[in-house]
Design a protein around this ligand. Structure first.
Ligand code: NI
Length: 200
């Protein structure tokens, strides 16, 4: 998920000094910033499959997704967005400011949604475009963390929005699918315009 940012947006300026760098060395691991698929890539519309074994490959995918999310910068990223149709997403609504805010969910399920709010929302796979999207104000989700432990978390506000946005990705939905027809058309028009400007 993307949020409107000004300046550094709370993300380390380090990333801005190396816009061309795709690989970072961190400790013993080589972590990679992965390319993010953009709409209308059909992979984004695929339903992700359950992870059956949390092996070294999944751990590496999670590390790379975290790097990719922070580099973007974004506050959430689903595996389908980097072309891996598996039920994994990472989220940090503080953009790295709070080291405890980073969460990984494997095979997430939405248990309960409560309340209704309309707020601005954006997506790293629909770059440069934001729009008011209705979402539940609270969302309780259950899944596995990267250690394979069952976790249940209730999010409120932006965290609830991110939970819904990222679990939607794993079912092949994008944020504008949640809008009414008028809002959705506006987003699509804005996106086409943004893409044309990007190409010029
Ligand atoms: Ni997204």
């Amino acid at each position: 998920m993307a949020v409107r940012t000004t300046g550094y947006g709370g993300v380390s300026p380090y990333w801005y000094l190396i816009p061309g760098a795709l690989v970072l060395l961190k400790g013993k691991h080589t972590m990679a910033v992965l390319p993010i698929l953009t709409h209308p890539d059909t992979v984004l519309r695929r339903k992700a499959e359950q992870v059956t074994t949390i092996d070294a490959e999944i751990q590496r995918l999670i590390d790379d997704m975290i790097e990719t999310m922070y580099a973007a910068p974004g506050i959430g990223l689903a595996a389908t967005q980097v072309g891996i149709p598996l039920q994994v997403f990472v989220v940090d609504v503080t953009s790295g400011k709070d080291p405890h805010a980073l969460m990984t969910f494997i095979n997430p399920q939405v248990l309960r949604l409560e309340g209704r709010v309309r707020e601005d929302e954006g997506c790293l796979s629909v770059p440069g475009v934001y729009g008011v999207t209705p979402r539940a104000q609270k969302a309780r989700i259950r899944g596995l963390n990267r250690a394979g432990e069952a976790v249940e978390v209730e999010g409120e506000g932006l965290l609830a929005r991110a939970f819904q946005h990222e679990t939607d990705h794993l079912h092949g939905f994008l944020f504008f699918d949640r809008m009414g027809p008028v809002g959705r058309d506006l987003i699509k028009r804005k996106y086409k315009r943004a893409q044309r400007q990007h190409q010029e």
